[in-house]
Design a protein around this ligand. Structure first.
Ligand code: ITT
Length: 200
């Protein structure tokens, strides 16, 4: 099945394509829709996932998937949360991943409370009025320095204590098995294979 993914993030697309292997994942920019950037004005991950899904559905009139995700740090009372991709943005201009990670480490400084989680809300919108939604997490700790080269975003500073590695030190397959996005995508894949997306 060909599935449209309402995202401009090529890393998220690569991960989702591996998680939903067997389906072909397309994102707007790769298919000639160059101005897809709906304002993420929601107050929750789920709100924003639905906003992105509905925006692409209105263009295509076909079922679409969207993911809104981010990092929730306990010592920062849940920040950057839904603003993870905009954390530290300078006059609207986003920081690079490494600058954003450095800023977060600086903000946390030596605080002993290091617990955090990645969160992913994922939505499959079938029509304007029908959708499936899941939200999953990956628990971990923020290190005091970045480690590892794979993945993207906050992966190099996010450690999984039981593995003794950052997410950026995992292979793509290892990350997808345990990640917030992997777990959410697998739940939706189960619905897909159960035929739950058939016409009402
Ligand atoms: P789209 O909205 O176009 O999908 P985006 O990157 O803006 O792309 P989000 O609004 O969902 O996506 O923001 C997610 C941000 O949270 C992302 O840019 C990363 O900084 C961070 N993030 C999400 N999942 C992550 C992961 O698996 N590993 C590391 N950082 C992640």
């Amino acid at each position: 099945m060909t599935l449209w993914f309402a995202s401009g993030n090529a890393h998220k697309k690569t991960e989702l394509a591996a998680i939903l292997s067997g389906h072909s994942i397309k994102i707007p920019a790769e298919e000639g829709i160059l101005d897809f950037n709906p304002p993420e004005t929601g107050k929750t991950f789920l709100d924003n996932a639905l906003i992105k899904a509905q925006a692409l559905y209105r263009i295509l009139n076909e079922p679409v998937i969207a993911d809104d995700s981010g990092l929730s740090v306990d010592a920062l009372e849940g920040r950057p949360g839904i603003y993870s991709s905009r954390y530290g943005a300078d006059a609207g201009k986003p920081l690079s991943d490494s600058a954003r990670n450095a800023l977060l480490l600086q903000e946390l400084a030596d605080t002993p409370l290091r617990s955090a989680r990645f969160i992913c809300a994922m939505v499959v919108l079938l029509t304007e009025d029908r959708f499936f939604a899941v939200q999953e997490t990956l628990e971990g700790e923020i290190l005091r320095e970045a480690r590892g080269l794979s993945g993207f975003g906050y992966d190099p500073i996010f450690s999984i204590p039981t593995l003794g590695r950052t997410v950026a030190e995992l292979s793509a397959a290892q990350k997808n098995r345990i990640s917030h996005r992997g777990k959410a995508g697998n739940r939706l894949a189960a619905l897909l294979s159960a035929g739950s997306f058939d016409a009402p």
